[in-house]
Design a protein around this ligand. Structure first.
Ligand code: ADP
Length: 261
């Protein structure tokens, strides 16, 4: 495999030819694709089955377990779900890199979106002893609802994860000129200025002097950034170490132009 380029130079009155040997690059690329195909078929599918079966056993429909048995099954279920999340995130990263993550755009009511968010994060918040408040706005955005949910769930679960017990999280949506601004505020560990930009890159996690909350892959914010930017929006964080953080993103509002007669 070679990459061939020719360039005419007026100054030199000559044509320059550059030939790159791309064999190793192409081989690495093929290997990467094979690994991703393997991850999809040979890891994700069986893991899906395992997770579902553990879910059935946990439900008690096929016989009751004693307390210790239930603990084991719950732990196995939680861990297989984490592996599944990691695999799905990795596949999304690949899709985004290949420009194959497509948006299914439509009108999305911000109010309904936040109600759904409240439902899906309630359990997590209760478990961590965190109070979440939602301040919505009667706005309709043009977005991919599922991807929007995903970004919000990621920001809210991070806010919960990095807050102390008894902490408070505020999710707020407001119109900001020609876009809608979503923000998630916590009073948790906060992030130093030096680390703030790094977080949106793949596999970035920040060490702090505190005991690090467990879990996480360092992919969530990178995926969120790609999804927000695909909508034409921006994402960022305002934070001070030890003072909590505000993660925010914008979704542009469609500009309506009226034709004059
Ligand atoms: P994950 O949470 O899976 O590690 P993310 O990409 O969502 O991956 O986040 C990357 C890192 O950003 C986290 O590991 C953490 O160090 C930092 N971070 C994200 N949200 C917060 C937050 N609300 N407060 C403090 N640190 C955060």
């Amino acid at each position: 495999d070679v990459l061939f380029a020719a360039h005419w130079s007026d100054d030199e009155q000559s044509t320059f030819f550059v030939i790159h040997d791309m064999t190793a690059f192409k081989q690495a690329e093929r290997l990467r694709q094979e690994v991703m195909a393997m991850v999809t078929h040979d890891l994700r599918s069986p893991l899906n089955t395992i997770t579902n079966v553990l879910g059935f056993i946990k439900s008690g429909k096929h016989g009751q377990l004693d307390a210790r048995g239930l603990d084991y099954v719950e732990s196995a279920n939680r861990n297989s779900q984490r592996m599944l999340n990691l695999i799905n995130d990795l596949l999304d990263v690949e899709r985004i890199k290949a420009g194959m993550m497509e948006l299914d755009l439509g009108q999305v009511s911000v109010d309904e979106c936040l109600s759904a968010l409240e439902l899906s994060t309630r359990g997590l918040a209760e478990e961590a002893g965190i109070k979440i408040e939602f301040k919505s706005a009667p706005i309709v955005v043009y977005a991919d609802e599922e991807k929007l949910d995903r970004v919000l769930i990621n920001l809210v679960s991070n806010a919960i994860k990095f807050s102390p017990a008894d902490g408070e999280v505020l999710v707020r949506v407001a119109r900001d000129n020609d876009s809608v601004r979503f923000s998630v505020m916590d009073h948790g560990v906060g992030i130093s200025i030096a680390n703030q930009q790094k977080l949106f890159r793949l596999f970035q996690q920040v060490d702090s002097t505190d005991a690090r909350p467990k879990g996480g892959t360092g992919l969530g914010l990178a995926i969120s950034k790609a999804l927000v930017e695909q909508h034409g929006g921006r994402i960022g964080v305002d934070s001070q170490e030890g003072q909590g953080s505000i993660f925010w993103f914008t979704i542009p509002l469609p500009t309506i132009s009226f034709a004059r007669e």
